[in-house]
Write a protein that binds this ligand. Structure first.
Ligand SMILES: [Zn+2]
Length: 307
């Protein structure tokens, strides 16, 4: 059985904001257990309208739904090893949730122990510009925020960020960049995916790239198939990504996915396919969860504030 760790899902939005019953979500405790997902990252998403639509209030509603997930969420130090039973950790998707405030960052760190913050979603905010607009780099508050995140061991998630913002993170953050749920642009040319140079920079700095299972980010102009996921992983491995590649499924945030990879219980089939493709067991274990787990432990060890 593989030990799986996933860097992104939107289940808390479903439960906390849309009011979906936990058992009707894609990510359920039962499916996590069935798939051997030891660690699931649950994002607090700012919502589609960004800063104009009370992202902080939505985040509070999602936090109130944490207890209904059916899996324990770790809001303190991580255990020594990737756990046997499913456990959750929290992230932020859309830095407008912080409302431009370091005191707010501190609260999310102290009380919720968010591990990653996607600096933007698809809207401009106090921090920077989204990949959709391909605007300038980080704003002054964004650069300040990076230093405060470094001090707390929180990674900058660049999955929705503008390219110039990405390079600001790569240059100015002490912790390596993380793309929690993005694929490669050379295989599927959409703004949410990474250019080869971006992926290489993440790999060189010891960051993380979580492969996204959304059909539209895997293949362009046709529905994606299972094989497409393998192609993106192959290409990242060819870039030297053995210690950086993993999963960022985006479950509960996507409407289409390759057949056979539609929920956490189906993830072992992907890892079995990688093994059958010729990767070693050790390599597949890293992709399954080892790389993400090592990253989170590194963030924790790097924290100088509120360990
Ligand atoms: Zn996203």
């Amino acid at each position: 059985m593989w030990k799986i760790a996933d860097a992104h899902c939107d289940t808390l939005w479903e439960i906390g904001v849309r009011g979906t019953a936990p058992e009707d979500c894609c990510v359920t405790a039962q499916r996590l257990r069935k798939g051997g997902v030891s660690l699931q990252t649950f994002a607090l998403w700012a919502g589609p309208k960004g800063p104009q639509d009370d992202p902080a209030g939505k985040a509070r509603a999602m936090l109130a739904a944490v207890d209904r997930l059916g899996v324990p969420v770790c809001r303190g130090p991580l255990p020594e090893e990737l756990p046997e039973e499913p456990m959750g950790v929290l992230s932020i998707e859309g830095g407008e949730i912080l409302e431009g405030s370091i005191a707010c960052l501190d609260e999310y760190h102290q009380r919720s122990r968010v591990r990653l913050i996607a600096l933007t979603w698809n809207n401009e905010n106090e921090i920077g510009y989204p990949s959709a607009q391909d605007g300038p780099g980080l704003k002054p508050f964004g650069l300040h925020l990076l230093r405060e995140m470094d001090a707390r061991g929180i990674f900058a998630d660049v999955s929705h960020l503008s390219e110039k913002g990405f390079w600001d993170v790569a240059e100015h953050a002490e912790l390596p960049p993380v793309a929690s749920h993005s694929n490669l642009r050379e295989l599927c040319d959409v703004h949410r995916n990474l250019r080869r140079e971006q992926a290489s920079a993440i790999i060189e700095r010891g960051g993380y790239i979580g492969v996204n299972l959304y059909s539209a980010f895997l293949a362009k102009d046709r529905p994606a198939v299972f094989e497409d996921v393998l192609r993106h992983i192959d290409a990242l491995m060819e870039l030297g990504g053995e210690d950086a590649v993993g999963l960022g499924t985006d479950f509960d945030g996507i409407e289409t996915w390759p057949e056979g990879l539609g929920n956490p219980a189906e993830l072992p089939a992907l890892l079995d396919a990688l093994l059958a493709r010729g990767y070693t067991r050790e390599q597949v274990e890293k992709i399954a969860g080892g790389n993400y787990w090592r990253l989170l432990k590194r963030g924790e060890a790097a924290a100088r504030i509120g360990k």
